[in-house]
Design a protein around this ligand. Structure first.
Ligand code: FAD
Length: 390
């Protein structure tokens, strides 16, 4: 048996799902999870619909670190920040102490992008990317009413809908003219906007936030068109960037994310990466389903059976109850959208020049067609595709 454990950095969905899948296959090799947070197991997607369901951060915890440690037969070090990796010596460093590994699994997640804004209150802008952020957001919103959400992407729209349903006054700001411009065709985005507006969300589009200042016990935002808006809380949902700093400093190959091949192997023989921090064969897919596929494949590989990850086409479900939406963005530009719409919903299909289905956007009642349509889409990463990180 290997003397040193598999060290997993990160206790998010990627780290814990890998550990769980690995334990199904192997009960003897040591697992050592090192995490900067408190190691609670929770469902991150719940963060953007927790207000309307009245959930506190504690309510969202599914299992404590202690319970996870028992369940996984793993050592879990919480509030432990890995400061550096020594790939040659095969150890990681936490507060000057070194922990040896046989194999290293990087499940570091992503970091919120911070906008370079002016003003004396930019530190008050809250990103929400983990339980602690969510807890802070709830504290700041207690007894308050006006929220500005910067960024009308997936997470921004979900928070806007959720906070609106929880009776906050919500202002959604974006540089584009429509929500979700990167994911949705304009025809569907327009209806999403109309539904969110009908729910009470105020859209401020085609402008960017320039500054945030303290003002009268709250905050004053100034926009690129000169307009001003006062708010009690400013939430940032302008995007996440794979957390690559540690890997980069250690000399691992990094592009948009930590570069890994179809076996989730980095440019170092003993180090692997998955989840929001990883770029798998050129794909950065910061969603739950790709993590589940990657965790299973990696568990199998590290338990002794080399298994490449395979990604089918994976629809993205928007948690916008005011207008349920499922989208699988086309991975080609060689095609066009066609739509069928009625009062109950919209069905948008993207077909390429050979009339093959390459993507879809479904809204309202039409979301029920999702499974059948997804089966007809080509895989995003077929099982037989082979690539190398080095
Ligand atoms: P994380 O959960 O971010 O975990 C990273 C871990 O690494 C943390 O434990 C952190 O403490 C640790 N860490 C980082 N650096 C260090 C260090 N130096 N030392 C020690 N530990 C470290 N996806 C969907 O598919 N559907 C949805 O509906 C959906 N909704 C979402 C809603 C919100 C609000 C957000 C933010 C994301 C949502 N996502 C959704 C995306 C999905 O939740 C993420 O892709 C997934 O949770 C990422 O898991 P992860 O383990 O890769 O990263």
């Amino acid at each position: 048996m290997e003397k040193d454990p598999i060290v997993i950095i990160g206790s998010g969905l990627a780290g814990y799902t890998f550990a769980r899948e690995f334990r199904k296959l192997n009960s003897t090799i040591g697992l050592h999870v090192i995490t900067a947070d408190d190691g609670s197991y929770y469902s991150k997607p719940m963060l953007s619909n927790g207000f309307s369901s009245g959930k506190s951060a504690a309510d969202l915890v599914i299992q404590s670190a202690l319970a996870m440690s028992v369940q996984l037969s793993a050592r879990i070090d919480t509030h432990a920040v890995v400061g550096s990796l020594d790939l040659a010596a095969r150890c990681v460093e936490v507060d000057g102490r070194h922990h040896a590994y046989s194999r290293l699994v990087l499940a570091l997640g992503a970091q919120p992008i911070r906008l370079p804004l002016e003003g004396n209150a930019t530190q008050a802008i809250l990103p929400v990317n983990n339980l602690a952020d969510y807890d802070l957001l709830r504290q700041r919103l207690a007894g308050k009413r006006r929220v500005v959400v910067l960024g009308a992407g997936l997470i921004g729209c979900e928070f806007a809908n959720d906070l609106c349903l929880a009776d906050f006054e919500v202002h959604l700001v974006d540089t584009g003219n429509m929500p979700l411009t990167r994911l949705l065709p304009a025809e569907v985005a327009r209806v999403l906007r109309a539904r969110l507006e009908a729910e009470g969300v105020f859209f401020h589009t085609g402008i960017s936030c320039v500054s945030v200042d303290h003002h009268d016990g709250a905050y004053r935002l100034r926009f690129s068109d000169g307009t001003l808006l006062d708010a009690d809380v400013v939430l940032s949902a302008v995007g996440l960037r794979p957390d690559t700093a540690l890997a980069h400093a250690a000399g691992l190959k990094v592009m948009r994310g930590i570069v890994v091949d179809q076996w989730l192997q980095t440019s170092d023989l003993h180090a692997y990466a998955l989840g929001d921090c990883a770029e798998v064969c050129g794909l950065v897919l910061p969603y739950v389903m790709p993590i589940m596929h990657a965790a299973k494949a990696l568990a199998s590989t590290l338990a002794g059976k080399r298994t490449p990850v395979h990604y089918p086409a994976m629809p993205i479900v928007l948690k916008t109850p005011s207008f349920p939406l499922v989208v699988t963005p086309p991975r080609t530009e060689d095609g066009e959208w066609s739509f069928e719409a009625n009062e109950a919903g919209i069905k948008g299909l993207y077909q390429d020049s050979s009339n093959l289905l390459r993507g879809f956007a479904l809204a309202g009642d039409a979301v029920s067609a999702r499974r059948a349509l997804a089966q007809n889409l080509p895989a995003w990463l077929p099982a037989n595709e082979v690539s190398h990180a080095a």
